[in-house]
Write a protein that binds this ligand. Structure first.
Ligand code: MF3
Ligand code: CO
Ligand code: CO
Length: 297
């Protein structure tokens, strides 16, 4: 029989109680007529600590996302060989300020810059600085703008000059991986379905999926529940319901998935030195499917 994936609003007698007590429902809120989950919103917060978003929240996240997208377009225009990665940080910091936004990355757990800039073998969390980008490089820029208290999270990988075959391949596979994950987003699918689709596609292309970093809920904070792994099994994990907002941001390596962290405590590189690429969007679960709050082709 196919597993029933309808959200269980009628908590079973032997299920953990929705109030989070850790007791069985029958030993806890069952029978206390005045304590009932009011709605899916209430249930998702109690059960999973997931805060579903209202239409006004979604508008707020979209506006933050638009600033991120506009900034990525500006960066793409300015990128070229000979540039320091720090120049991208400076441009970003100024652009965010000019638009009334802040960067969630700046000073996050000690991260010293306003954007992450990750070149070639750098998987993510590259710190902008004195590295000079050169013809043939691939470069990921990850931006998390905060506007009016709302957070969006978006990243893209760009080519510098003329890409080689390996660069073309990893950028294509990582973008298609993100799209394969997004295509799974609809009510009654699960978080595991997203990871399964990404892993199946990426490994089918002979690439590997980084498992040390995951997507995440976003909107009211930088990182909210749930975690969104880019690998996994169909049907596992939290059931998707309208109003959930989270990122899908697979990091895909041309070689093995293993990660090494540099002495700066942030920069994550491929252990085998192979190329790595990433694309990220902030995705809303809607009544019938999904809407990207940071859409790009
Ligand atoms: N924006 C990244 C993400 O997609 C995380 C950056 S962490 C930071 O989740 F500290 F480097 F900002
Ligand atoms: Co993210
Ligand atoms: Co990001």
């Amino acid at each position: 029989m196919k597993k029933d994936k309808t959200p269980d609003l009628k908590t079973g007698r032997n299920d953990p109680c929705f109030c989070g007590s850790g007791l069985k429902y029958k030993k806890c809120c069952l029978g206390k007529a005045n304590i009932k989950p009011q709605s899916i919103k209430d249930l998702y917060f109690r059960k999973h600590q997931i805060r579903l978003k209202e239409p006004r929240d979604i508008e707020g996240i979209k506006k933050a996302g638009k600033i991120g997208l506009d900034l990525l377009n500006l960066i793409e225009e300015k990128l070229g060989p000979g540039m320091y990665t720090e120049e991208i940080n400076k441009l970003s910091h100024e652009f965010l300020a000019k638009n009334g936004a802040k960067s969630a990355s700046l000073h996050y757990k000690g991260f010293p810059k306003s954007v992450c800039v990750s070149v070639n073998e750098v998987i993510c969390h590259g710190i902008p600085g004195k590295r000079i980008i050169k013809d043939g490089d691939i470069i990921n820029v990850d931006i998390t703008p905060i506007l009016n208290g709302y957070y969006a999270d978006v990243n893209k990988t760009f080519f510098i000059g003329t890409p080689g075959e390996n660069a073309k391949k990893i950028v294509k596979v990582s973008k298609e991986s993100m799209k394969a994950g997004i295509a799974m987003v609809r009510p009654n699918n699960t978080i595991g379905d997203i990871g399964w689709a990404i892993q199946t596609y990426a490994e089918g292309q002979g690439c590997s999926v980084v498992s040390d970093f995951v997507g995440h809920g976003v909107g009211f904070m930088f990182h909210e529940p749930p975690q969104v792994p880019h690998f996994g099994k169909k049907g596992e994990g939290v059931i998707l319901v309208p109003g959930m907002v989270f990122t899908i941001e697979p990091m895909i390596n041309l070689g093995k998935k293993d990660v090494r962290i540099l002495d700066d405590k942030w920069t994550a590189v491929t252990a085998d030195g192979s190329l790595s690429a990433q694309f990220e969007q902030t995705i809303l679960v809607t009544e019938y499917g999904f809407e990207s709050l940071t859409p790009f082709e």
